[in-house]
Design a protein around this ligand. Structure first.
Ligand code: MN
Length: 341
């Protein structure tokens, strides 16, 4: 059974903080009847540059709490309230001990396994992007190797080799995607990336990605062709070539740092919320997704505005709206076109 975290007339910014004031579930048996479970993964031992993503889960939960509880979020352009369609619960955080990345991964995978075993759709809040490794391996254990596809939003491909030839260290948050493919959890041709820009990966890593059969849409292609056309391609490719179970791994640094400065490895020249939010709606509406993670929110670099956590919060909400649309089996009903004069 889930526990309401608000009193009857308590504003959402008051009291205990869960995602959108969703009720709390702390034990596997509490997930009975739940459709979506939010799980925090507060660790950042896998980063190469600025730490701080361990504070992401709490910060994302606290963002956007200016409405009333329990949650209601009627989407203006879809005509659907994800909380009316989906039973959303907050499953708290995995017990990630500081300074032990392997233990953090183990704990996340165990809690995520409980969510998946209950047949519930997981939304995992990072944490650094090494989180994708325990997330995707847990999903693959449930659905079977070769049966899971991966769509990654990211500035960086995260396909560096574990250690380069000259012995240079490669941080776990930059190597997880390669590891998933090399160890056989995800086939390269079941992997699509979107939003790559900046100076990583190295040309040699791109060569490896090509040889593995991976596909990607860079921000430069999006600039040339427009996000809508690129998303048409991505959806068509995923529907045709990816297996029936698709996991979405979303790195907040896919956004331009002007929109999301609170992150560990910002890359100037990134995507905008106006490009990405509708893309998330399309993916979760039109493709058979089985879960998502959202990583690398490091709110310490946000200064006073909390803009990055707010955007992360909204990315999840848009994803849930798309998922609600899919589960309801109907098309969007925009609330915005009725009165124009
Ligand atoms: Mn990443």
């Amino acid at each position: 059974m889930t526990i309401q975290v608000n009193r009857a007339h308590e504003p959402a910014y008051a009291g205990l903080g869960t995602y959108c004031k969703a009720p709390l579930a702390l034990r596997p048996e509490d997930l009975d009847g739940v459709d979506v479970a939010v799980l925090g993964a507060p660790f950042d031992e896998g980063v190469s540059y600025r730490p701080g993503a361990r504070f992401g889960p709490r910060s994302i939960r606290e963002a956007c709490n200016y409405l009333w509880a329990p949650p209601a979020r009627p989407h203006m352009n879809l005509g659907i309230d994800p909380f009316a369609v989906l039973s959303v619960a907050d499953y708290g955080d995995a017990e990630c001990p500081p300074a032990d990345l392997a233990a953090a991964h183990r704990e996340v995978k165990a809690r995520l396994g409980e969510i998946l075993d209950a047949g519930v759709f997981p939304v995992v809040l990072g944490g650094d992007h090494s989180l994708a490794y325990p997330d995707v391996t847990a999903v693959v254990e449930r659905f079977g190797a070769g049966n899971v596809g991966l769509i990654q939003f990211d500035a960086h491909a995260d396909t560096a080799a574990g250690a380069s030839a000259d012995g240079q260290f490669a941080a776990p948050h930059g190597t997880g995607m390669r590891r998933l493919v090399e160890e056989g959890h995800i086939r390269g041709e079941h992997f699509i990336q979107i939003g790559l820009h900046g100076y990583f990966p190295d040309p040699g890593d791109f060569d490896w990605m090509r040889s593995a059969g991976m596909r990607w849409f860079t921000r430069y292609e999006i600039d040339r062709r427009g996000m809508a056309a690129v998303m048409d391609d991505l959806i068509e490719t995923a529907a045709r070539d990816l297996p029936e179970h698709i996991f979405v791994s979303f790195d907040i640094d896919v956004f331009d740092p002007g929109f999301a400065p609170g992150t560990g490895a910002p890359e100037p020249g990134g995507l905008t919320p106006r490009e990405v939010l509708p893309a998330l709606v399309r993916i979760f509406h039109e493709l058979p997704t089985v879960g998502m993670d959202l990583v690398e929110v490091a709110p310490t670099y946000d200064n006073a505005s909390g803009i990055t956590s707010l955007l992360a919060h909204r990315c999840i909400l848009e994803s849930l709206a798309g998922l609600a649309l899919r589960r309801s089996g109907r098309e969007p009903r925009p609330q915005v076109d009725a009165r124009t004069s």
